[in-house]
Ligand binder design. Structure first.
Ligand code: ATM
Length: 220
């Protein structure tokens, strides 16, 4: 049996990571084989790239769009080769915190063309597509308030470059994600993310369980 790739997408603070924890609890409860990973940062190289990409830059040099895009894609190429494809081949369920739709949304709204995104998809993903994508959708204003208050309580709080972006940027990201979802309704399920985490987790599980069953992962 081949594996099952589930990607979790959404704007900053949309609750992806909390839902990932709920999901891994459920999969463990049913004794299903799974791994959890993320982009950027799912490999050793990816961790270095993540730090490069997300740490606020002090030099003032503005990175050109293609440079940033290719760093996200370098992370993805290494991740697919060394983590995702091997796990799929060994029949595991893979939960990914962000994948290609994030590039289409974040780099897309900054001006990277669909043609470029399609070309990179062809080179790096080839025919690999997520079996299911969960898009956690919520009002960016509410989500940013949540992220800021949550992160500032952490002892190792460090603002990332993206946290400084204007609210308008996050609104555009949300719109782009919804646009992508409307083009691929079979693959991408939009999950309203402003309910309680427990209620969202219930909705997510009732959506995922039949798909896993259909793919041969028996939920006993
Ligand atoms: P997380 O903190 O959710 O892992 O996301 C890291 C940031 O990287 C996120 N920023 N915000 N807001 C989205 C951004 N990102 C891209 O811009 N392009 C990509 O391809 C990916 C995977 C992430």
């Amino acid at each position: 049996m081949s594996g099952f790739l589930i990607t979790l997408e959404g704007i900053e603070g949309s609750g992806k990571t909390t839902q990932l924890d709920f999901l891994t609890d459920q999969l463990s409860k049913f004794g299903l084989p799974y791994i959890c990973s993320k982009e950027p940062g799912g490999t050793d190289l990816g961790k270095e790239l993540r730090s490069l990409l997300l740490t606020p830059r002090t030099s003032g040099e503005k990175w050109c769009l293609d440079a940033e895009l290719l760093l996200f894609y370098a992370d993805r190429a290494q991740h697919l080769e060394t983590v995702v494809r091997p796990a799929l081949r060994s029949g595991q369920i893979i939960l990914l915190d962000r994948f290609e739709d994030s590039t289409r949304a974040y780099q897309g709204i900054q001006g990277v063309s669909e043609k470029t995104l399609d070309t990179l998809r062809q080179i790096v993903l080839k025919d690999l597509r997520p079996d299911l994508t969960l898009l956690f959708d919520a009002d960016p204003e509410k989500m940013l308030i949540r992220v800021n208050s949550r992160n500032r309580e952490k002892p190792d709080f460090a603002e990332t470059r993206f946290d400084r972006e204007e609210l308008c940027f996050h609104r555009n990201v949300r719109e782009r994600f919804l646009e992508i979802a409307s083009r691929e309704p079979e693959r991408i399920c939009v999950i309203p993310a402003d309910e309680s985490p427990e209620s969202i987790a219930g909705n997510v599980w009732s959506l995922i369980a039949p798909k896993l069953n259909a793919a041969g992962f028996l939920l006993r």
